[in-house]
Ligand binder design. Structure first.
Ligand SMILES: Cc1ncc(COP(=O)(O)O)c(C=O)c1O
Length: 365
């Protein structure tokens, strides 16, 4: 977001702080986000993790409760659940390698289970509608972790609007960003009131929980960051087109390589182009992802050390059950993160690097 207009928006908001007329960039951003997502409420918060935590609290999740989430997720989703005092229960990946295994989810649903959290890694919404149907039948809340999925669609519905609450990150690198930040969206007035109250030390009322009756947090989005996010939001459609075009081009430039299978979207799904996604069918796939990261190809496993949550050292104390398909899927994932400012020439260079390293890897093993 390196633009004079962004700097002007930032400067104006800093000069106005605190706004004597009580205008708030965050409140304006919320109204704009609600319109863009076609929902009744958007609540701006300080990060995607804060959005997830606030969403859980709004759903009334706390100590003694269990929350189902995919083992194939980032550690932030897990942290948001444990921050409420609830117990995260990891669900294995479906047999086709996409989304959660609903039979495993059903087997792990107990009378303490309150919610299920689909995580749209790489902007993919695999199996989301089936999962929502299962959640409804089992009386579970669906809280979508759509932090990587702004603008992704499944069967005409946008990521974040299928569940009771959708959570998004505004961290740099996300489709819409302001450096650090996040927001949640919902059509449910009560959930929105509870989320807004929790976000600011419960200074505002929610149904059956008057102002000041509960403890909350300061998860507010800083005004200058809200001003930046508002500016970036005006370019959402452009950013989505660019990312989708970039992933299309990268698939085309990489082409067919033995041991590297492009993962096409499920029928009816239109990912946002956050990442181009391949499955590595070669030996030591994590090492190849690391090698690619070292060679300049930013990717989830190699750059950000993504591993299935049940195998993450920080989750050892939870004594998670094995989720072998999730471990297999995450270890073989090559999710190349795209940035709108990356030029076509740079994409060509990325493609050449992926081809060269994958071919060398296959020959050397
Ligand atoms: C899938 C997913 N969930 C949650 C988060 C947490 O968002 P934040 O870094 O804004 O707290 C991220 C951020 O990268 C993410 O990718």
């Amino acid at each position: 977001m390196n633009s004079p207009h962004a700097l002007e928006a930032l400067k104006a908001s800093i000069e106005r702080m605190p706004d004597p007329a009580g205008r708030s960039e965050a409140a304006a951003l919320e109204a704009e986000l609600a319109t863009v997502h076609g929902v009744r409420h958007a609540i701006a918060v300080s990060s995607g993790t804060a959005a997830l935590h606030t969403a859980m609290i709004a759903c009334g999740i706390g100590p003694g409760d269990e929350v189902l989430l995919p083992a194939a997720t980032v550690i932030m989703t897990v942290a948001a659940v444990t921050a409420t005092g609830a117990h995260p229960v990891f669900v294995d990946t479906a047999a086709n390698g996409r989304g959660m295994d609903l039979a495993d989810a059903a087997a792990k649903t107990t009378e303490r289970t309150r919610a299920i959290v689909p995580v749209h890694l790489a902007g993919r919404t695999d199996g989301l509608l089936e999962l929502a149907a299962y959640a409804q039948s089992a009386h579970l809340r669906v809280v979508e972790d759509a932090c990587q999925a702004q603008g992704s669609r499944t069967h005409g519905r946008t990521a974040g609007t299928v569940g009771s609450i959708g959570c998004f990150s505004l961290k740099d690198g996300k489709v819409i960003s302001c450096g650090e930040g996040g927001y949640l969206i919902t059509d449910d007035d009560e959930l929105a009131a509870r989320a807004a109250a929790y976000r600011t030390h419960w200074l505002t009322p929610a149904p059956h929980a008057p102002a000041g009756s509960r403890l909350g947090m300061n998860y507010r989005l800083a005004e200058p960051l809200a001003a930046l996010a508002r500016y970036d939001l005006t370019g959402l459609n452009r950013a989505l087109s660019r990312r989708r075009e970039q992933s299309r081009l990268l698939y085309e430039l990489v082409g067919e390589i033995p041991g590297l299978a492009a993962v096409s979207p499920e029928p009816g799904d239109a990912p946002n182009g956050y990442s181009a996604l391949w499955r590595i069918d070669l030996d030591s796939p994590r090492d190849l992802a690391t090698r690619l990261a070292e060679a300049g190809v930013t990717n989830s496993v190699g750059t950000y050390r993504l591993r299935a949550a049940h195998q993450h050292p920080a989750c050892e104390y939870l004594h998670p059950a094995p989720c072998p398909r999730a471990a297999h899927a995450v270890d073989r994932m090559l999710a190349v993160t795209l940035q709108p400012q990356t030029t076509d020439t740079e994409l060509q260079h990325l493609a050449e690097t992926i081809r060269r390293e994958a071919v060398t890897w296959a020959q050397s093993r």
